[in-house]
Design a protein around this ligand. Structure first.
Ligand code: GLC
Ligand code: CA
Length: 554
């Protein structure tokens, strides 16, 4: 495999609004990030992905961009951003921005001009279509609920938005749109960005003619992914995007890919792939519902483990996945992918180990390293997220009472991950001196960076050890390039695998069960990491208590 500069690195996602506020307005900002670079370096982070900080009306928290060339004043200035790049460089760290190019904001100049004259030049930047028999052009449901078509007042036209109506889809068929976007991407890369996380990118190719499909819900609509899955030729766009931008800068890219067609992995993340890597969402998707959050099956160890193993096996000959247990669109990993009895620090460390040592690029999400948990809100008004409000409504419509609908949000809301970072036990968790824009999880008194830095047995101390091991001189090579081989597949509640190359073989074994388990290794091994004192290696026998994990060199 051809070596790339980003192989073997560890990445970290910052949700800027909630990371660190430097000026007391209750909103995290770029200066706040700069102040925490040493903390991240100390943790073992090399690459930082920052969720959108471009100018935005924040209907979808910055994923609705009104000017791609501006930093939103809530986060600071372009000078602040340039300083961030410099400060990161001094520390051998790399900055990724979020690239949101399936859609922009309805406040973007292009869309404003398009509305004035939908038949004119800028109208062609978007999708304006005539209605059919007094109804929308087709029957697709948007990701955030309701039709994807919004009528344009005073005309017989509608415009397309797969997400919120304030996020009109850009028309990638128009070469001018592609040129504008490529110019913008190069402008940022020229500044010294290391690359991008690429948002919602599978949506850029639409099916010609927007055909109707059989409705799949009471609202008479059908999920818009039906049309996206059927679209042909998205690869052409990806190839051009890469050629015109990323390839020229040796940039790193990680794509948000859902609904990839079978057998296409090589095209996406192979050596000549469209992207450097893409997130592996398969294990996370095992907790999704058919019709919404309210009918989600919830976490089930066997289903989750199977999905994880399948992904790893699928990718090992092709390229690298980016491995995550949480992000800004998901509830907290430590609250989701552990059985009830394992929702404690031991369990959190176990989950950390099995996730970070997978083959691929580990992406941590802010707060994951201190074991942050889902946050209970008292009423729906305490939530900010557009998707949570929609899913709450869907749950009520499906017949759930308010309490049950709130419980659904507690389990699934994107705001679980968006509550402010917990830096200390001080006022507002040390996140801000003002009023935080979103509720702070009350557990910050115990769970915070300051306290965990002092405690050798904390989740944070463990993460530091784990990341150091992953990148160490002795084991960095095998954890980066070594093969992934499932181990002890017959053992009920065990998640175990080998990472191995010609020189080394390492076993990662975690007991997700309640009670103790033990089994024989193929030979005597050397313990290189464990999360509990009572994880024992006795000659060839490995004894794992419930929530115990061991990393053993064989
Ligand atoms: C992606 C983002 C999500 C956003 C959506 C629309 O899925 O991760 O936060 O709402 O795209 O841009
Ligand atoms: Ca601020």
């Amino acid at each position: 495999m051809k070596k790339q500069w980003w192989h073997g690195k560890v990445a970290y996602q910052i949700y800027p609004k909630s990371f660190c506020d430097s000026n007391g307005d209750g909103i995290g900002d770029i200066k706040g990030i700069i102040g925490k670079l040493d903390y991240l370096k100390g943790l073992g982070i090399d690459i930082i992905w920052i969720s959108p900080i471009y100018q935005s009306p924040f209907v979808d928290q910055g994923y609705d961009i009104s000017d791609y060339y501006k930093i939103d004043p809530a986060f600071g200035t372009m000078e602040d951003f340039d300083r961030l790049l410099e400060e990161a460089k001094k520390r051998d760290m790399y900055i990724l921005m979020d690239l949101v190019i399936n859609h922009c904001s309805d406040r973007h100049e292009w869309f404003q001009k398009a509305l004035e004259d939908p038949k004119g030049e800028y109208g062609k930047y978007f999708y304006f279509e005539k209605g059919k028999d007094g109804k929308a052009p087709s029957n697709y449901r948007s990701y955030f609920g309701g039709s994807v078509w919004e009528p344009v007042p005073g005309t017989d036209l509608y415009y397309l938005h797969l997400f919120a109506k304030e996020q009109p889809d850009l028309n990638w068929e128009n070469v001018k749109v592609r040129e504008e976007l490529f110019r913008m991407v190069n402008w940022w890369l020229d500044k010294g960005l290391a690359g991008f996380r690429i948002d919602a990118i599978m949506n850029i190719k639409k099916t010609d003619g927007f055909p109707d499909y059989e409705p799949d819900g009471e609202d008479g609509l059908v999920r818009c992914t039906r049309m996206i899955e059927e679209a042909e030729g998205i690869g052409e766009f990806f190839r051009e995007l890469k050629q015109e931008t990323f390839a020229k800068h040796d940039a790193f890219t990680v794509a948000e890919v859902f609904n990839m067609k079978e057998g296409e992995l090589e095209k996406f993340v192979g050596e000549e792939g469209y992207f450097s890597t893409m997130f592996d969402f398969a294990p996370l998707c095992t907790t999704l519902g058919e019709n919404g959050w309210y009918d989600a099956p919830g976490y089930e160890f066997f289903r989750w483990r199977k999905a994880l193993m399948e992904s790893q096996k699928e990718c090992r000959k092709t390229g690298f996945f980016a491995n995550i247990i949480e992000n800004h669109d998901e509830p907290r990993g430590a609250s989701t992918y552990l059985p009830d009895y394992a929702q404690n620090d031991d369990g959190t460390k176990m989950l950390a180990t099995t996730s970070v040592l997978l083959r691929g690029l580990p992406f941590l999400y802010q707060g994951q390293e201190i074991g942050m948990k889902n946050c209970k809100m008292e009423s729906i008004d305490e939530y900010n997220d557009i998707d949570t409000k929609n899913q709450y409504k869907i749950a009520l419509e499906a017949g759930l009472d308010e309490e049950a609908a709130m419980n659904v949000c507690l389990k699934h809301s994107r705001d679980n991950a968006r509550t402010p970072m917990q830096w200390s036990a001080g006022e507002n968790a040390g996140f801000t001196t003002g009023k935080p824009w979103l509720k702070i999880n009350p557990d910050y008194k115990e769970r915070n960076v300051e306290a965990e830095e002092k405690d050798q047995s904390s989740v944070l101390s463990y993460y530091k050890e784990l990341l150091a091991l992953r990148k160490s001189e002795d084991y960095g090579e095998v954890f980066t390039y070594g093969d992934f081989v499932p181990a002890y597949e017959g053992e009920e509640m065990l998640l175990a695998y080998y990472r191995q190359d010609e020189r080394k073989k390492v076993l990662v074994a975690a007991n997700f069960g309640k009670g103790e388990t033990s089994f024989l290794l193929e030979k005597e091994g050397k313990e290189i990491l464990k999360n509990r004192k009572d994880v024992l290696l006795r000659e060839k026998e490995l004894i794992l208590p419930g929530c115990g994990v061991a990393v053993v060199e064989l």
